[in-house]
Design a protein around this ligand. Structure first.
Ligand SMILES: Cc1cc2nc3c(=O)[nH]c(=O)nc-3n(C[C@H](O)[C@H](O)[C@H](O)COP(=O)(O)O)c2cc1C
Length: 414
């Protein structure tokens, strides 16, 4: 039986271990995690989600404080249209985060940045352009366009000097989404260098409706593969979502995938950005304690542990400090849901908002415990200690387990 290490991903002039650690927003896939993937000859992702906030925490900058100070007058106002990001600061934050990761990179692998279109930041085009250009300026190996159709994203950066040499990929969940992207991007004379096909069992936001269970990753991969063959397009395909063992991964590689993208198994590693007590929640997850719900204001379903503190939390919107999900008109569906509850309970000191969550604040505080469908199997990937907690893994251990294991086995740490 074949194993992942029997295959290689050819990307950016390199021969890589065909294992990609997916982007996990708001610094869950930290630079440390991505650096390990690159050191071990694979591909790691950092994420530029809530970049100003992340940079403040990591590099002691004061971007969030500055923004809050500037817009404090608007905190009680439900109209957030005045709350704008300073594009210079956005570029600076991105360059700090990306530049520092690239400086620290060792080994033959690649570091990519996950860039979500749904972070519309009250000025979708302008902020996205700055994020993409600043990442390229800071020397990122490549960019994975995520959480959105990205129909205009290639055009936004087509004049950047690195537009043709950086690795640029797109995440899709259907052939239709891919076709739209290719059609719109065709004008720039550039194809994506890789396509991540994210199925319904992934963590984070899903590119499906609440009927996600009707879909199957292998079927979507086969459809897209057939389409590319027919169109004579040779683009590496990278399936993602629910690939839990090295054998699962090898199965996709044997069927023509160029690599696989995985994430959930790395949430319980020391390098992952989640706080340690949250990592234990992931270990303890049971199958019936994982849900797909609609609380994200993006409108996409999201999978998470049902005991995530964000569910039902009714905090005041924090857009003056954060505001990453404000649309082009300064709206976010959480603000609407929150205001409705406040109006219905005028005397309550606290309200509960069930329909939506203040995703910025909750992700910032690591209170949305998003995970892949198989998070309930994480407890089978480590050892339970005498005090009832599970031993954290190293990213190297999990990476190598994917790379070398066979027969559906998962190697436990010593
Ligand atoms: C905690 C967590 C956070 C995630 N955040 C993002 C994100 O910010 N952007 C994105 O495109 N995908 C995100 N994902 C999806 C992963 O990058 C990956 O494609 C998917 O989870 C792979 O499936 P697996 O977790 O079953 O291995 C996230 C996944 C997890 C588990």
């Amino acid at each position: 039986m074949k194993r992942v290490d029997d295959f290689r991903l050819r990307l950016g002039g390199k021969e890589l271990v065909p294992l990609v650690i997916g982007g996990m927003g708001v610094d869950i896939s930290t630079a440390d995690l991505a650096l390990e993937a690159a050191r071990l000859g694979g591909v790691g992702h950092i994420s530029d989600a809530m970049i100003n906030t992340v940079t403040d925490r990591r590099f002691d900058t004061k971007f969030v404080k500055d923004k809050l100070k500037q817009y404090k007058f608007n905190v009680a106002n439900s109209n957030k249209s005045v709350v704008r990001f300073d594009l210079g600061q956005l570029a600076e934050a991105t360059q700090l985060h990306v530049g520092s990761a690239m400086e620290r990179k060792r080994g033959d692998g690649l570091i990519l940045v996950n860039c979500m279109e749904k972070l519309t930041m009250n000025a979708p085009r302008e902020t996205l352009r700055v994020r993409l250009e600043a990442a390229l300026d800071a020397g990122i190996d490549g960019i994975t366009l995520a959480a959105g159709l990205h129909l205009g994203s290639f055009a936004l950066i087509e004049n950047h000097p690195r537009f043709r040499d950086a690795q640029l990929g797109i995440i899709v969940s259907s052939l239709r989404a891919l076709q739209l992207f290719l059609k719109k991007s065709f004008r720039t004379g550039r194809l994506p260098d890789y396509i991540v096909i994210e199925g319904p069992l992934a963590g984070g936001h899903l590119g499906f409706g609440l009927d996600w269970a009707k879909y199957d990753l292998a079927t979507i991969v086969a459809e897209i593969r057939q389409y590319l063959l027919t169109e004579k397009l040779d683009i590496p395909l990278i399936p993602a979502g629910g690939i839990f063992t090295g054998s699962d991964a090898a199965g996709f590689l044997e069927n023509g995938a160029a690599a696989v993208q995985v994430a959930t198994r790395f949430t319980v590693t020391g390098e992952c950005g989640l706080p340690d007590p949250v990592k234990q929640k992931y270990f303890q997850a049971d199958e019936d304690g994982i849900e797909v719900n609609m609380i994200s204001p993006t409108g996409y379903p999201m999978r998470m542990l049902s005991n995530s503190p964000a569910i039902g939390a009714g905090i005041r919107p924090n857009c003056e400090a954060y505001g990453y999900l404000l649309d082009a008109n300064g709206n976010c569906s959480y603000i609407t849901s929150y205001n409705r509850q406040v109006e219905a309970h005028p005397d309550a000191r606290r309200v509960s908002v069930m329909g939506k969550t203040c995703l910025c604040t909750q992700m910032r505080n690591f209170d949305v415990w998003t995970c892949g469908h198989y998070a309930y199997r994480l407890k089978d990937t480590s050892r339970k200690l005498e005090d009832g907690t599970y031993r954290l893994l190293t990213a190297e251990h999990v990476f190598k387990d994917y790379q070398f294991s066979t027969d559906g086995k998962i190697v436990l740490p010593e």
